[in-house]
Design a protein around this ligand. Structure first.
Ligand SMILES: CC(C)(COP(=O)(O)OP(=O)(O)OC[C@H]1O[C@@H](n2cnc3c(N)ncnc32)[C@H](O)[C@@H]1OP(=O)(O)O)[C@@H](O)C(=O)NCCC(=O)NCCS
Length: 333
């Protein structure tokens, strides 16, 4: 049975750079705290009129062009975001309309920072079984619209950046090339360690959201930072070891490790825990902050543009996000 591979990647970042000193105008925090705890120096924030779909369109166009295809070659669109254009339907439908590919299958997935990895695994399965030929996996976040500078919200607000990335997955007949392995995991028992309560049907009231929910901050991210930090380091480290063991590989065999860019301190802890050579680990969190699902596809595209990932490179992507969800994908480019 033929496999699949990443045929093209693309990304888009909004132009406005927001430094930690700009963030200090939005909430009570300091440059020292942000740099020391997160390693982030700057991130991009979109203008008010920009949606997740607006950011995704140029990323998708770039990925399809990079694959040497036309948009009309795409027959499966998978979209992941935690900053949807509207409450419903899924943003994938709005993106489909903008990309001009009516009639194809569209899936909205909500895997937070693991959107690319779950999306790639779905695309790989669909292509292997002949259900699809060219899948476009897009991840886009306008997290600047979810900044809560209150005492309860600032621990995560300092991390957040905007951006979009996409990958085209298509058939591959070359043995040993392509998407060699994916592993998908989750643990819903810790879902409330990073979540947004409202709007929701589990609020014990007749409405999905009330003025009181807004006033009480239930519409904002609430994060138990320590639980997320500890789990993020443990799960991403385990995911690296699992993927290598399952494929009979060691870190020496890998050309590049691309982890989800949650926080520089988490990445440093993972590097130490697994004993990875730092020069093999792609890191851009200092410049872009945490862009949730957009981190991994943007990192993969930037690593290719910078020459760190080339044709033939063995690349391991690992992700972790709220859910809790974690995953990996091993690619021979
Ligand atoms: C966010 C993070 C840096 C916060 O560090 P922390 O030590 O866990 O922070 P806590 O929320 O426990 O707060 C510790 C202190 O720092 C303060 N603090 C939190 N955020 C702050 C901010 N932005 N600026 C200044 N002080 C802040 C708190 O108020 C608290 O002070 P207090 O003890 O006087 O009340 C850290 O938890 C972390 O990196 N977690 C993982 C985050 C992550 O990667 N999330 C994305 C997952 S994909």
């Amino acid at each position: 049975m033929a496999g699949s591979r990443v045929l093209g990647t693309g990304h888009y970042l909004p132009p406005k750079v927001v430094t930690n000193f700009d963030v200090m105008q939005m909430m009570e925090t300091t440059n020292e705290f942000i740099v020391e705890r997160t390693g982030v120096h700057r991130r991009r924030h979109a203008e008010a009129g920009v949606s997740a779909t607006d950011l995704a369109v140029p990323a998708c166009e770039a990925a399809v062009a990079d694959a040497g295809l036309e948009m009309s070659d795409i027959d499966l669109l998978i979209f992941n975001t935690i900053t949807p254009d509207h409450a419903d339907p899924g943003s994938g439908f709005f993106l489909q309309a903008r990309l001009g590919v009516p009639g194809i299958a569209v899936m909205d997935i909500k895997e937070q920072c693991c959107g690319l990895l779950y999306g790639m695994a779905i695309a790989d399965s669909f292509i292997r079984t002949g259900r699809a030929r060219h899948a476009l996996v897009a991840c886009s976040e306008v997290l600047s619209k979810r900044i809560d500078g209150s005492y309860d919200g600032r621990n995560i607000a300092i991390l957040l950046g905007d951006g979009a990335g996409a990958a085209v997955v298509g058939p591959c007949d070359e043995p040993g090339r392509g998407i060699l392995y994916t592993a998908l995991h989750a643990d819903g028992s810790n879902a409330e360690s990073l979540y947004t309560a409202a709007p929701g049907s589990a609020l014990g009231q007749m409405q999905m959201v009330t003025h009181e929910d807004i006033d009480a901050g239930r519409v904002h991210f609430r994060m138990d930072g320590k639980t997320v930090f500890v789990n993020g380091v443990a799960r991403m480290s385990e995911a690296v070891v699992e993927a290598l063991d399952a494929n009979g590989l060691t870190l020496d065999d890998l050309d590049v490790l691309i982890p989800h860019q949650a926080n520089l301190r988490m990445l440093e802890a993972i590097i130490e825990q697994i004993g990875a050579p730092p020069e093999k680990v792609f890191i851009n969190v200092e410049d872009h902050g945490n862009m949730a699902s957009a981190c991994l596809p943007i990192a993969l595209d930037q690593a290719r543009q910078q020459g760190m990932v080339a044709d033939g490179s063995l690349v391991l992507l690992v992700g972790f996000g709220s859910g809790l969800v974690w995953a990996s994908a091993l690619l021979r480019m």
